[in-house]
Unconditional design. Structure first.
Length: 136
């Protein structure tokens, strides 16, 4: 049987302190208690940038501007395959609120590895850590 491929978008949102927004999956979600970049499924005939802005508005109750494509990772889980498109974004209105997630945290790139990430998000975490070496 062929596994279903699910298109998913995730936001890499950085604040003025160069910290990145991380979201903890709630006990009600699949893969509970793992961290991820916030986002969600891409709708039928939906552009990934629009999908990301819509998902963040629904999930975090704030508005973002999707800025640039960052990374694509295909990850195969037991019963489905995720194509995860991570996109850099900035908050343009409001403050993120954990409406679906257990909690939100802002972390510096060099501290991202301290969280237990959902497997599909790990490649983007590694790329972010390589992108900017810590300031000396």
């Amino acid at each position: 049987m062929l596994k279903k491929i699910i298109q998913v978008v995730a936001a890499i949102i950085e604040n003025d302190k160069r910290e990145i927004l991380c979201a903890l999956r709630s006990p009600e979600m699949s893969m509970p208690d793992l961290w991820e970049f916030p986002g969600g499924k891409v709708g039928q005939n939906e552009n990934i940038f629009y999908a990301l802005e819509r998902e963040i508005s629904e999930e975090l109750d704030c508005q973002i501007k999707a800025l640039e494509f960052f990374h694509k990772n295909t990850y195969e889980y037991d019963s489905f395959i995720i194509e995860l498109h991570t996109i850099k974004a900035k908050i343009i209105n409001g403050e993120p609120v954990a409406r679906e997630h257990a909690k939100l945290a802002w972390l510096k790139r060099e501290d991202l590895h301290s969280l237990k990430w959902a497997p599909a998000d790990l490649a983007a975490v590694r790329k972010l850590q390589k992108e900017f070496a810590p300031d000396n």
